[in-house]
Every structure is written in C-alpha cells, then in structure tokens.
Design a protein around this ligand. Structure first.
Ligand code: PGA
Length: 250
C-alpha cells in the first residue's frame, strides 16, 4: 500500500546541457512505472530538465533551499523560486549539508516547515556516521534527527514528508548496508514516527534507503518490509544505471 519512491540526487553534477541529455534518455525509458520517480538536479540545471520532462510523470526535486522566504540572502534560493521553476519536492538535511555546511536539526527544521508551508513535499535525510554506529549511538542519533527535523509538524504535514535513511558510511563508498541491517534500522525509524505522529502516519510514511544503491542491489533492498524507496546518488547520473533501478520490479 506504500507506493515505492525512487529518487535520484545528482548532487553537484550535470550542468544544463548534460542534465537535459540525461532527462531525455530517462523520459524515453521510464514510462508510467508503478513507482514514483524523481530527479533532483543542481539549481541551474532545473530549467532545462523541466523543459525535457514536461508532460511526463517524472518529478523534479531540488537538493536544498533557503530557510528564508526572500530578500538579502546572497547565494540562496527560495521555496517560491523552486516552485516557479517546476520543483515539487525538496531534499533537506542531506548528510553532506550537515557535515560540510554545518546544518543542524533546528536549521533543517526551519527549512522543512517553510517548504511545507509553501506547498513543497520534503525528503528529510537522516543517518549515522560509522563512529556513531560503532559507539552504540545509532538509535540516539536517528531519534534526535527525527524529532529535531520534524519538530512542530502536524499529521497533515507528515503526509508530504518522505524520510531517507542514509548511513553516512554507505554514501558514495560502494559499501551498502545489508538489506537486513537497513530494514531493521528503518523499522526503528518507523517506530519513532509512530511515537510522534501515531499509527496511521507511521504505516503510510515512505522511508527510502540511500547509500550506494545500484542496479544489482536495489531489488534485494526493496524486498524488505520497511524499505519503500531509494535515494540514489552516483547511480542516478547515467540512464544505464538509473533506469534499471527505477525498473527494479520488472
Ligand atoms: P550514493 O549517494 O548513492 O552515491 O551512495 C546517496 C546519497 O547521498 O543520496
């Protein structure tokens, strides 16, 4: 009953020309799939990708947005600008933003609330580092990121939120969490959502797994009860890799 949701996070790759080329290939090969499909290009690539994907079911996402509505915030991009550009989903709290740009849960929470208020859907990324996992802090780290990132949200808000569980040690490393490990952790994530928002929200919330998802492991991961989708980095950059991931159940 939870519709699979596969998202490609292009990170700082593919400019307007390269992005449009990939979008064209995707639109030819990905049609009316049983899952939701999203690509999240860099800001400057959104327009050319949007043009290419017009009239398709492939959603367009952004990788970040400002916590401010408008004004003198040099270098920032607002929720309204994203919406005007054809974006319907924004990825927030990615571990790279947490680690390299020092985004904390309170700051991420401000963006989550603003995005929802403006009518965007949110993919909230959470995940532990290897040190945190090894020192037995996995559950504490995740529950803090969940309660902090989703603070003050209503049940209605939660209908527009997807959680992406991405163990930091599995991102871009070629090391994937085992399907059992990922499933167990995502069951914990769902239980946390249940504590905060109740049964019905917890049963319906989409929880993606992210971290070295590839064509050869996606099916195994997606077969797990608590893995409802994937947030794909490196393997979303070519149609050769991303298409078979989207078609995992074919
Ligand atoms: P990866 O990235 O698939 O390259 O590991 C995942 C992510 O950071 O979303």
């Amino acid at each position: 009953m939870r519709k699979p949701f596969i998202a490609g996070n292009w990170k700082m790759n593919l400019g307007p020309v390269e992005g449009a080329k990939l979008a064209k290939e995707l639109k030819e090969k990905v049609k009316n799939e049983s899952c939701r499909v999203l690509v999240a290009p860099p800001f400057v690539t959104i327009a050319s990708v949007k043009k290419e994907l017009e009239g398709t079911n492939i959603l367009i996402g952004a990788q970040n947005m400002s916590d401010q509505e408008k004004g003198a915030f040099t270098g920032e991009v607002s929720a309204d600008m994203l919406i005007q550009s054809g974006v319907s989903v924004v990825i927030l709290g990615h571990s790279e933003r947490r680690a390299y740009y020092h985004e904390d849960d309170a700051f991420i929470n401000r963006k989550v609330k603003l995005a929802l208020k403006k009518g965007l859907e949110v993919i909230l990324c959470i995940g532990e580092t290897l040190e945190e996992r090894k020192s037995g802090q996995l559950e504490k780290v995740l529950s803090t990121q969940i309660s902090g990132g989703l603070k003050d949200l209503s049940k209605d808000d939660m209908k527009k939120v997807t959680i992406a569980y991405e163990p930091v040690w599995a991102i871009g490393t070629g090391v994937t969490a085992t399907k059992e490990d990922a499933n167990e952790t995502q069951a914990f994530v769902r239980a946390q959502i249940k504590e905060l928002f109740g049964d019905s929200i917890a049963n319906n919330v989409i929880i993606q797994y992210g971290g070295s998802v590839k064509p050869n492991n996606v099916k195994d991961l997606m077969s797990q009860e608590h893995i409802d989708g994937a947030l794909v980095g490196g393997a979303s950059l070519t149609s050769e890799n991303f298409v078979p991931i989207v078609l995992f159940d074919k």
